[in-house]
Design a binder for this molecule. Structure first.
Ligand code: HAM
Length: 427
């Protein structure tokens, strides 16, 4: 029997896994440099956390949750997103009792039973942040800027930022009144009406032509913002402009989760077809209260690492590097005695931080050099009897073919060799 991974999961293995790792780590670095601290969360939670937190009108809750009964008869769900679990942990551990805002980041696997296609998986990766307990427009911009910094540091250029505001409760209720009246006059099937009752904004996201054309003249939430919501949104725009972060306003943006209020945003990449959202987020001012905590506001984002990797590949940001985490050095020992010498030498070099591996098995010089080539190492070094006894060896630059004679001396922990390797990195 030959096993296969479950349908629609994203997996990363060498050499592409090093590109995945780089993308994830760069997105995490952007969160850390912005003052967010790690929160490590479980991948499964009580089902009710998500039905309550994410919202009953969403596809995520109605169609996409991996829900099962555990051995104790409890209903458990694999996390489809990170915000609800993060809020649960903040409330449970009283983080909101300390200094505000609470600024946390997380990364890991998330699960949605969607129809798999390029860029849409049933298990996917996110790096996310949440900033809890601050109403200021400045924190909205800080959060957006952290995501933007990650993309920029990766070298991405073609992505776009779209923003909107869902306003405060008063803005939404004023809009809803008008929207409900408008929807009452439309030709909708029963299922769509039920959906609209749960959350009428969902109809802005309906892909069917018949609905799209009817919704073209629907009243827009942005036109119903209260004075304070309008002013908040205006400040967000001003500050983004001041920071040089380009954006467009998408007045019809609908996020896939129900908890959003106020500033909401999405980063989209034009090269990813229909799965163009590389990250998104926004304010969720009622969520903590809804989940039994203090009535604190919050804002955050989730970035899809899988999609950012696809975007990086589409833009060619990794250049022609064979493997991003390639070895510094590959040893080719000739014969059993030199193999021992090689193993000892590798330990010495690794202690100084040189990334080194060697050809195992009894290979010929030709076979050993082939292995060196395949390894993607920047340098190779052949160790025969002569090299191990004389303490002098030839280091070969695998790109240029250039050869350099270097002292290899166990008594100084191969200092000359490790210096040579590090110097060549700096250049
Ligand atoms: P979301 O927009 O549902 O937001 O997901 C965030 C990102 O995760 C998306 O922009 C996309 O890049 C990626 N993503 C979502 N579903 C999939 C999938 N099936 N396959 C591959 N990538 C996917 C959230 O999850 C919110 N928790 C974000 C947030 C945090 N809002 C406030 N705080």
């Amino acid at each position: 029997m030959k096993f296969q991974a479950p349908k629609g999961v994203s997996e990363y293995y060498p050499p592409r896994s090093s590109a995945f790792e780089l993308v994830r780590d760069e997105l995490i670095a952007a969160a850390k440099v912005s003052g967010f601290s790690l929160i490590e969360l479980p991948v499964f939670e009580d089902t009710e956390l998500f039905t309550r937190g994410v919202g009953a009108s969403t596809d995520v809750v109605t169609k996409e949750m991996y829900t099962f009964e555990d051995r104790g008869g409890r209903s458990i769900t694999l996390r489809p997103e990170g915000t609800a679990g993060a809020m649960r942990a903040v409330i449970e551990h009283g983080l909101d009792k300390g200094q505000l805002p609470v600024k946390i980041w997380y990364s890991g696997q998330f699960f949605r039973a969607e129809r798999p296609q390029a860029g849409r998986y049933r298990q996917f990766y996110q790096v996310g942040v949440e900033a809890i307990g601050l109403q200021d427009p400045e924190i909205d911009v800080e959060v957006i800027a952290a995501a933007d910094r990650g993309f920029k540091n990766l070298g991405l250029k073609r992505y776009r930022l779209e923003i909107t505001s869902l306003g405060d409760a008063a803005s939404r209720s004023a809009h809803r009144k008008e929207l409900d009246l408008f929807l009452a006059g439309l030709d909708l099937d029963e299922a769509t009406r039920v959906r609209a009752q749960l959350n009428p904004l969902r109809l802005f996201d309906d892909k069917r032509d018949s609905i799209r054309s009817q919704m073209a003249s629907a009243p827009l939430l942005l036109d119903f913002l209260t004075e304070s919501s309008r002013s908040h949104f205006h400040k967000v725009q001003e500050l983004l402009t001041e920071l040089g972060i380009a954006f467009t306003i998408n007045e019809r943006m609908v996020r896939g989760l129900d908890y959003y209020t106020g500033t909401t945003f999405e980063f989209v990449h034009p090269d990813l077809g229909s799965q163009s959202g590389i990250g998104g987020g926004g304010r969720y001012d009622g969520l903590m209260g809804e989940l039994g905590g203090a009535d604190l506001s919050g804002i955050g984002y989730g970035i899809g690492v899988d999609r950012v990797l696809l975007a990086c590949e589409a833009e060619g940001v990794f250049g022609a590097e064979k493997a991003l985490d390639s070895l510094d050095l590959f040893l080719v020992p000739l014969g059993p005695a030199t193999k021992r010498f090689g193993v000892v030498m590798m330990q010495g070099l690794r202690a100084s931080g040189v990334k080194v591996d060697m050809a195992y098995g009894d290979r010929s010089l030709k076979g050993g050099m082939k292995a060196a080539d395949r390894s993607g190492a920047r340098f190779s070094l052949v160790i025969g009897d002569e090299e191990s006894s004389s303490g002098q060896a030839q280091v070969k630059n695998m790109k240029t073919g250039e050869v350099q004679s270097i002292k290899i001396d166990p008594s100084d922990n191969y200092l000359q060799l490790s210096r040579f390797i590090f110097d060549s990195k700096v250049r």
